[in-house]
Design a protein around this ligand. Structure first.
Ligand code: ATP
Ligand code: MG
Length: 395
């Protein structure tokens, strides 16, 4: 068996964008496996075939496929002529030495001109396997599911299926900028948007040299981890400490977090526009911490005209934590650091900020100059996966 058959999320890919989505998915699979000896990635009728070269390792290739959004499921497969005898021979040859199990055959016809219906194909091949191996047929939850797919020019067979990452191919939904702290929530928020086909530009605000570089190290690790999905990430590191120092000089302690957040949005908006991102993403959750009351979120959001996406807004903390653990970001996020928002802030911040308070506080600040200085001081670091791969998904 020298192929992998990839099925995509049919429903997500319906409509006029379908050919574009499929070609993007094919390109993404190609790039993800560029360094693994894959001979070809071909779009066939309704599925994609990954043709393994002699040096390709199935386990390595499937590990990459697990990180490609838009894939519903995949399986190792063999290819034959469109001839049931030849197909049956190949299946039996591959099952040689396999311990006896209950089985069933599931057939799909990509090409409806084949003279037998799918149930007829299933019955014919099922009988052939039964007569040769004497394994019991079990239609409901068999131990081995033999899948066959008959297309116009070739037939495929495979045993079992593995679930893919789901979602939509990276890049088809445009670019967004995600405000990424070193915390638990924002990496999960970034992942959620990636899974919907967005390329994510992480924007991190740090207060170095007022605090350690720990938070930057954490977001670097998170950026590297998320790059396994989107293949290229341009992390933006924004110096925020000097701006905070200025805020501290004129803004009363309880209002500081709200003002910090408004500056973050203004700066992120500039960075987003520069990188052609169309929306901002945060890891905000209603009521999770003092700064995330509905009142504060409203007053904070007013600082930008760009849409703010909050994919986690209605989730419970334990649900977010479970997803962070599954993603592998959790262990990075819980490493202690000094978050920039804890700098110069009191234990009990304002929970019901009002517009007039914000306007009054910001009237004393050279807002535009502060934003400009932070944008100008921003450093970009590029992460690529696979390291030896050619171009990236959002080219
Ligand atoms: P997280 O776990 O993502 O840090 P949180 O529950 O700690 O979220 P807050 O600290 O109130 O919540 O932050 C709310 C959101 O503001 C974050 O999810 C993130 O999108 C953004 N944010 C906060 N601090 C930073 C930062 N230093 N750099 C970039 N974005 C930040
Ligand atoms: Mg945080």
């Amino acid at each position: 068996m020298t192929s992998i058959i990839v099925h995509y999320q049919e429903i997500a890919l319906k409509g006029r964008n379908r050919p574009y989505f499929i070609s993007k998915l094919v390109r993404n699979v190609r790039k993800q496996t560029a360094d693994l000896g894959v001979k070809d990635v071909r779009a066939l009728m309704g599925r994609i075939e990954v043709v393994l070269g002699p040096d390709a390792d199935y386990g390595q290739v499937t590990d990459r496929l697990r990180h490609v959004f838009g894939i519903a499921n995949f399986s190792k497969a063999g290819r034959t002529r469109v001839d049931l005898d030849v197909l049956g021979d190949a299946i039996l040859a591959d099952l040689e030495g396999h311990p006896p199990v209950t089985f069933r055959v599931s057939a799909k016809r990509g090409d409806k001109t084949f003279p037998m219906t799918s149930p007829e194909i299933e019955r014919a091949l099922g009988e052939r396997i039964y007569e040769t191996l004497h394994w019991p047929v079990k239609l409901d939850r068999p131990e081995l599911a033999v899948h066959v797919e008959l297309l116009a020019r070739e037939a495929f067979y495979s045993f079992g299926k593995e679930k893919g990452a789901g979602g939509m191919p990276t890049g088809v939904s445009g670019r967004v900028a995600c405000l990424m702290s070193g915390g638990i929530d924002s990496p999960v928020a970034a992942y959620r948007l990636m899974r919907r086909g967005c390329s994510v530009v992480p924007v991190h605000f740090h207060s170095y040299p007022f605090v350690t570089r720990a938070s930057q190290e954490k977001v670097r690790e998170i950026a590297a981890l998320l790059s396994r999905y989107q293949m290229r990430t341009n992390l933006r590191l924004v110096p925020f400490g000097e701006l905070q120092r200025q805020i501290v000089l004129s803004v009363a302690a309880p209002m500081r977090v709200v003002i910090y957040r408004r500056f973050m949005l203004r700066i992120a908006e500039r960075i987003a526009r520069d990188s052609r991102a169309k929306a901002l993403v945060t890891g905000e959750v209603i009521g999770q911490v003092a700064s995330q009351t509905l009142e504060n979120m409203t007053v904070i959001a007013e600082a930008t005209r760009m849409p703010i996406l909050r994919p986690l807004v209605g989730m419970d903390k334990d649900e977010i934590v479970a997803e962070a653990i599954r993603l592998g970001t959790y262990d990075i996020s819980i490493i202690p650091d000094q978050d920039c928002c804890q700098l110069f802030t009191p234990r009990s911040p304002e929970t019901h900020a009002r517009f007039w308070q914000v306007a009054e506080a910001e009237a004393k600040l050279p807002v535009e100059d502060m934003v400009k200085a932070a944008v100008e001081g921003t450093v970009t670091e590029e992460f690529r996966f696979p390291a030896t791969g050619a171009a990236a998904a959002d080219d």
